[in-house]
Design a protein around this ligand. Structure first.
Ligand code: HSE
Length: 330
């Protein structure tokens, strides 16, 4: 019986809870499970078998969970096998996710996270801790949402040397730029629409200043290209200076503008780039895409939804299944 703790009950946490309520779908894949704790930033519910339907109703009605144990108290006092760490990203400190993940790994529980902060700040340290404790640290949801990237490269492209990764890693910027391309409106007007879609970061400057893309690039470089880089190593330029006029000039010449993140084994860069209209990276709306270059497989191109509640839940759930599917098939 797998005991699951959920830390963070925003759009992603609620999306994951809804999938976990579908026992018929999930038990085939991971075996029997129960959720033993759910916490948000204000409160928590801890029980032998948390009723997720009730927790979702409480959260919807009251906007928060009832006062209860803090996440740290839950980690110290409640027994669980896997933590789903879904709290919001802080790129500077990695907190509160960093402390949560360290405590869980030390305690010997697996961790699945959608939080970029802890991985940007301390990927090497956390992966060593997981190895030492003999548990898994999974983070598919941190880059590209539902778009398969981390497991695709680690598992399906295993044995390849990753030479470079280039792509669009921020759905909010892509939504804004592709709308600017069509409607010639200034970015601020479209940003408020993107916020309504619920895909922008709590701190929207993370999106439009390229910070979110840079954080994802650091995660890819450290976890898939055997690099040891920090956020400060990325040259970052966002989209705040892009004007509707810039699009007019680009379009006349057969180009559009997209925020491109790229790493080639030595340099990491995020910047707006001219992209030919016929290029596969000329994607629209909230989509993400990446072009992976490897020594054996050569080029692999992936496209998918990089943000959203069900989309990010898809990545979290696939990590959970990756941890437990071997045990089910044994
Ligand atoms: N704000 C991010 C985006 C969410 O727009 O892509 C997913 O990390």
């Amino acid at each position: 019986m797998i005991r699951i703790a959920i830390f963070g009950f925003g759009a992603v946490g609620r999306g994951v809870a809804k999938v976990l309520m579908d026992r018929r779908r999930m038990e085939k894949l991971i075996g029997e499970y129960r959720v033993v704790a759910v916490a948000d930033s204000k409160g928590s519910i801890v029980s032998e078998c948390v009723n997720l339907k009730e927790v979702l109703e409480i959260k919807e009605k009251k906007g928060r969970l009832p006062k209860g144990m803090s996440v740290e108290e839950i980690i110290d006092e409640v027994e669980f096998d896997v933590a789903l760490e879904l709290t919001p990203t802080n790129i500077d400190t990695g907190e509160p996710g960093l402390t949560h993940i360290k405590k869980c790994l030390k305690k010997g529980s697996h961790v699945v996270t959608s939080n970029k902060g802890p991985l940007v700040v301390a990927y090497k340290e956390l992966s060593k801790m997981a190895e030492k404790s003999g548990v898994k640290l999974m983070f598919e949801a941190t880059v590209g949402g539902a778009m398969p990237v981390i497991k695709l490269i680690k598992r399906d492209l295993a044995g390849n040397k990753i030479l470079s990764i280039k792509g669009i890693l921020n759905g909010t910027c892509n939504y804004i730029l592709s709308k600017m391309e069509k409607e010639k409106l200034p970015y601020r007007v479209i940003l408020s629409e993107a916020k309504e879609l619920g895909i922008a970061e709590a701190n929207e400057s993370y999106d439009v200043e390229g910070i979110d893309s840079a954080a994802k690039l650091v995660i890819l470089a450290n976890s898939l290209m055997d690099m040891d880089v920090k956020f400060e190593d990325v040259e970052v330029r966002g989209i705040t200076n892009i004007t509707p006029e810039a699009f007019e000039i680009a379009l006349e010449k057969g180009y559009t503008i997209r925020l491109i993140a790229e790493v080639d084994g030595s340099t990491l860069r995020v910047s707006p780039k001219l992209i030919p209209l016929s290029n596969p990276l000329c994607i629209h709306g909230t989509l993400n895409a990446i072009l992976i270059k490897t020594d054996l497989a050569k080029e692999v191109f992936v496209i998918g939804r990089g943000a959203g509640s069900t989309e990010t839940a898809s990545a979290v759930i696939s990590d959970l299944i990756e941890i437990y599917s071997c045990e089910v098939s044994r």
